[in-house]
Write a protein that binds this ligand. Sequence first.
Ligand SMILES: N[C@@H](CCC(=O)N[C@@H](CS)C(=O)NCC(=O)O)C(=O)O
Length: 239
Amino acid sequence: MRAGRARLGYGRGTTSVAAPFAAPSEKDRPEMFEFYYAPETISLASHIALLDAGVEPRLHRLDIAAAEHQQGDYARLNPKLRVPTLVTPEGGALTETPAILAYLAQRFPAAGLAPRDPFAFAKLQEFASYVASTLHVAHAHRMRGHRWVDPANAQAIAAMQAKVPESVGAAFAYIEETYQLAPFVMGESYSFADPYLFTVSRWLKGDGVPAGAAPKVEAHRAMMLERPNVQAVLAAQAG
Ligand SMILES: N[C@@H](CCC(=O)N[C@@H](CS)C(=O)NCC(=O)O)C(=O)O
């Protein structure tokens, strides 16, 4: 793990009634966010939203191929053994992309990452929930079939992989038909749906979805690539 200056898990006990010291007062808390990510994963969405919110987190890069997310302090911080994890100045670790995105939108309302109207906010959550629970899960069947069947069952693993172009393609077809994507997912206003869609749309080719199957999504990805925060995050994650 690079950049290991974080006190991993430092927030876990500070809010506990059993903590041996008083939690810092609101004004004394450091405005430092710690962000744990791995390149080319879903953590890209939260990373972009952090910059959109004006937050420059202390970054912690994890090497998934080396299983760094399954070991040591990180495994204690996020026992689900996944990325991303955001450790907040409030003192707690936050996981699950939709939760991180909604938190940033509410913590930094001036960034305009979500509408304030409750129904419009719920529609945004509807999009994020669909991406997390349907699209992302369909995508995971390509590389992570062992989550659902015995990895020794090569036939079952291959059958799950073979279904990915269709299941991921169907999820993108639903998004293509349902959302405005003109220019942003929800229409004229940028929201946290945009970095989220940008991130998963980078998987289209690898998941075997035929080129041209989702032209609005492809145009959205090209538009997002022009945004300085997207470029900055891609450069930071590549470096
Ligand atoms: N529901 C979680 C999913 C997180 C997730 O599955 N992340 C993947 C990377 S895209 C991961 O950490 N994979 C590591 C592994 O499966 O060992 C979210 O939306 O944040």
